[in-house]
Design a protein. Structure first.
Length: 134
């Protein structure tokens, strides 16, 4: 984390190494760095990130901006835009969703549309609980 300022914070990240795909069949060599920010303002949260580097010696550049707005203590509207360029391949997307925050868990559902070289439509539902061991 670079630091906090008022109602936000900014951070740096970097990674270098080898990763496997979801089936463990293909390896990728990655060297990526990024800078991110979070800004809180009333009922809104604005998040962003810019990353750059290489994946298997191919140039990678990406940007993400997400905006959440609290409708109430229990419900948030979520939106995001993601732009990814890896070599000649572009994978850009938009997201819109709704989050329900309860005392016991968080339920998030939404729609993603990926456009670029391939177009896909995805509906996702996540259920998770935050906890701490400390």
């Amino acid at each position: 984390q670079i630091g906090e300022f008022g109602d936000g914070n900014m951070g740096l990240s970097a990674m270098a190494g080898t990763t496997n795909d979801e089936h463990g069949e293909a390896e990728s060599r990655r060297r990526v760095a990024g800078i991110d920010f979070t800004r809180y303002s009333g009922q809104s949260i604005l998040r962003g990130e810019v990353s750059w580097g290489t994946v298997n010696d191919c140039l990678l550049a990406s940007a993400y901006v997400g905006y959440d707005f609290a409708l109430s203590a229990a419900f948030d509207i979520n939106t995001a835009v993601s732009l990814i360029q890896k070599g000649e391949d572009a994978k850009n997307s938009i997201f819109a969703g709704l989050t329900h925050n309860s005392r016991h868990a968080i339920l998030r559902g939404g729609y993603s549309y990926v456009f670029g070289n391939e177009e896909t439509h995805t509906f996702t539902i996540q259920l998770y609980r935050l906890f701490s061991l400390i």
